[in-house]
Design a protein around this ligand. Structure first.
Ligand SMILES: *[C@@H]1O[C@H](CO)[C@@H](O)[C@H](O)[C@H]1NC(C)=O
Length: 378
C-alpha cells in the first residue's frame, strides 16, 4: 500500500467513526443497556416535596468567612466530636480508625492532636461518660466502650441475628441507658451513598442497658438513621433520619413512653445532633436540599443514574449549603449557619465557638458565633 492510500484509508476510517452512529447512537445504546442490566433499583421516597423552606428566624449563609481550621492535616474525616471540659480536649473519630484528642486553645495554632486509641474500624458517633469512658458508635465494629485506660470492649453488634452494618449515632441518658442507631443493616459505611440513593428504610434505633447488657429495638424501617440526642429533661430521645430530612423524638419517660412524635423538619440532610447545655440543639447537615437533590428525591431513575455514575465513573458531589441548624428545646429552629461549599457532620458548642466535624475534611472547623452571628431574616 502506498503512503497516500494508507492516509486515505485512515481518513475513511476516521470519518466512519465520526458518523452519527458512533458519536451518538452507540454511546446512548450502551448507556441504555447498562442501565437496563444494572440490578440497583431505587424506590419512591415517602416525602412531601417542595418543603425546602423550613422557616428560620436568623441565618448566616457565609459560615466559612471567619471559620478557622483546627488540627489541619492530623485528622482524616473527623466525623463526630465529644468535649471533655475538664481536660479541655475534644475527642473525634477518624477515617483511619483513630479516635484522636484535640486540645482546645484560644488560638487554633496552639491546638495539639494526639492519637488516643484505634478501634480498627470506623468510629462515628461518640459520647463521653462522666467517669472518662467513651461510648463509640463504630460503623464497622458496632457499639463499643473505651475505658479511660484505652481498653476497648464490644457491647453489641447485632440484634436478633441481624448484624449492624453502619452503627452511626449515640448518646447516653443520666440513668446510664445508651441510645444508638444503625444507619443501615444493608450497606457498609463505604457504600453509604447507595443506601441513601436506593431510598429503602434499612435503619434501626436501639437502646442498650449496660447493667443487663440487653439491647432493645425502639424503632425500625428508618431512612438512614443517624444522630441521637437525649433531651435536656430526659423525657425523650431525638433521632435523625438523614434521607427524610427530619428528626423524631422517642419518649422514654412519662405518659407518652414508647411513642414517637416529630421533633423537627430540616432544610437539608442531618447527621449528628448535640445538646449545647444551654437550651439548644445543634444539628449538623452535610447538604441542604438543592434543586438537583430535589429532583433525585422525586425520581428514582435519577437516583439510579447517580448510583451508576458513582459506581462506574466516580463520586458525584451534589452536596451544597451544608452547615448547622440550631433548634430550641421544642425543636423550633432559631438559627441557621451554612455556606455554599460547606459539608458538616457534627457540631458542638464550646464557649463562643461552634466546633464542627466533617467526614469530608482533614480538620475540625471552628466558628465564632458572637463575632459572626446569624442575623434576623425578616
Ligand atoms: C493548649 O491546650 C492544652 C490543653 O489544655 C495545653 O496543655 C497547652 O499548654 C495549650 N497550649 C498553649 C500554647 O496554650
Amino acid at each position: 500500500m502506498s503512503s497516500s492510500e494508507s492516509t486515505n484509508a485512515r481518513t475513511r476510517t476516521a470519518s466512519w467513526f465520526s458518523t452519527p452512529f458512533f458519536v451518538i447512537v452507540l454511546p446512548v445504546a450502551v448507556a441504555a443497556l447498562l442501565y437496563r442490566l444494572e440490578p440497583f433499583k431505587p424506590v419512591l421516597l415517602p416525602v412531601q416535596l417542595g418543603r425546602s423552606t423550613v422557616a428560620v428566624p436568623a441565618r448566616n449563609g457565609h459560615m466559612q468567612d471567619g471559620s478557622e481550621r483546627v488540627g489541619e492535616g492530623h485528622l482524616e474525616g473527623p466525623e463526630d466530636l465529644a468535649y471533655d471540659a475538664a481536660a479541655r480536649v475534644v475527642y473525634t473519630g477518624c477515617e483511619d480508625g483513630w479516635i484522636k484528642r484535640v486540645t482546645v486553645n484560644d488560638s487554633v495554632v496552639d491546638s495539639a492532636v494526639e492519637d488516643w486509641v484505634n478501634t480498627g474500624g470506623r468510629p462515628l458517633g461518640l459520647v463521653l461518660k462522666p467517669n472518662g469512658e467513651l461510648i463509640v458508635a463504630d460503623a464497622e465494629k458496632g457499639l463499643l466502650r473505651v475505658s479511660s485506660e484505652k481498653e476497648i470492649e464490644l457491647l453489641v453488634d447485632e440484634f436478633e441475628g441481624l448484624k449492624f452494618k453502619l452503627t452511626d449515632g449515640v448518646d447516653i441518658a443520666d440513668d446510664g441507658t445508651i441510645y444508638f442507631t444503625d444507619a443501615s443493616h444493608k450497606y457498609p459505611v463505604k457504600d453509604a451513598v447507595f443506601d441513601v440513593l436506593e431510598g429503602k428504610p434499612n435503619g434501626r434505633f436501639f437502646s442498650y442497658n449496660p447493667a443487663t447488657k440487653k439491647t432493645t429495638l425502639l424503632a425500625q424501617d428508618l431512612y438512614f438513621a443517624n444522630g441521637v440526642a437525649v433531651s435536656a429533661d430526659q423525657q425523650f430521645v431525638v433521632f435523625c433520619e438523614s434521607v427524610l430530612m427530619r428528626c423524631n423524638k422517642y419518649f422514654v419517660l412519662g405518659p407518652k413512653t414508647g411513642t414517637i412524635e416529630k421533633f423537627c423538619d430540616l432544610p437539608g440532610m442531618p447527621d449528628n445532633i448535640h445538646y449545647d447545655g444551654q437550651g439548644h440543639y445543634l444539628i449538623a447537615m452535610f447538604t441542604a436540599l438543592s434543586p438537583e437533590l430535589e429532583l433525585a428525591y422525586r425520581y428514582p431513575f435519577i437516583r439510579k443514574a447517580f448510583a451508576m455514575f458513582t459506581k462506574y465513573v466516580g463520586s458525584l458531589s451534589i452536596s451544597k449549603n451544608g452547615g448547622v441548624l440550631v433548634v430550641d428545646l421544642e425543636g423550633k429552629p432559631t438559627a441557621h449557619y451554612y455556606d455554599p461549599k460547606l459539608a458538616l457532620t457534627s457540631a458542638i458548642k464550646i464557649g463562643n465557638h461552634i466546633y464542627a466535624g466533617s467526614i469530608f475534611y482533614p480538620f475540625v472547623t471552628r466558628f465564632d458565633v458572637e463575632k459572626y452571628p446569624a442575623l434576623p431574616t425578616v
